[in-house]
Structures are given as C-alpha cells and as structure tokens.
Design a protein. Sequence first.
Length: 149
Amino acid sequence: MFWFLLIALVVVVAAVTLAVAGGGGDTAGGVLPEPAQDRMAWPLPLGRPVGRADVEALRLPMVLRGYRMTDTDDVLDRLGAELAERDARIAELEAALAGAQAAAIGGRHGLAGGAARDARQDAEPGRPAEGAEGPDGGSEGPDEGEKTS
C-alpha cells in the first residue's frame, strides 16, 4: 500500500509539472504565456469634461493586492478636479441667478411703488387716488362712514 501511494504521488507531481511547464499543452512555446498587462482599457477623455458614461465605462486595473495605485490615484485626482470645477461653476451660476432674481423683484416693487406714489401725489388731498392702495390692501384715506378729527 505504501508503494502504491508513493507511485501515485510521483505520477501526480509529474503531471502537474508537465502541465505547468507546457509539456503537451496548446501553448506554442512550451511554457505558460506571459500574463497580459492590466492597464486601463478606457482612460478618461482629456479633451472634454468627464461624463457619467465615462465613469460607468471606467475599469481600474487590478494587481495582486488590489487596484493599481498610480492609475487609481490619477483617476481620483481627475474626478476630484472635475467635481471642484463643476461646484465652482454651479456656485457662480447660483449667485448670478440670485442676483437676477433680486433685481427682478426689486424692479417690480420699485415700479409698482413708484406708480402708486405718483398717483397719490396727483390726487386731491382729501380723496384717495384711483387704484392707489394702502399697505393693508384697501384704498388710502378715510372711509366714507368713518369720522376724521
């Protein structure tokens, strides 16, 4: 039984050695082929901003202990710069929008208030101007049933 196990062990070791060294396999050189270099198959575009499809198609190269550090750092640096640029542009556009809205609201209130003020000045002193309204929404001046002192 001992000799049988020893012979079986030698046969298994020989078979594994031949398989690894390329004895009888499909490889042309008789040895294992060189591993393909794992590089980024889809680098980020340089001539335009990075889009969602670019990030979804991105495949970071793998190495024995995880991702290839230099390629991963390059991608993260590029994405960080793109996000910072977009955040700055968004803040700039929001500030411009807020300024435009404030100018539009201020212009609307300025025109309405100026027209009402002009109408009040043109009216007779005891009568409210037509269409001129007070701060409570009603016309300015005394009500018809109200006494003035």
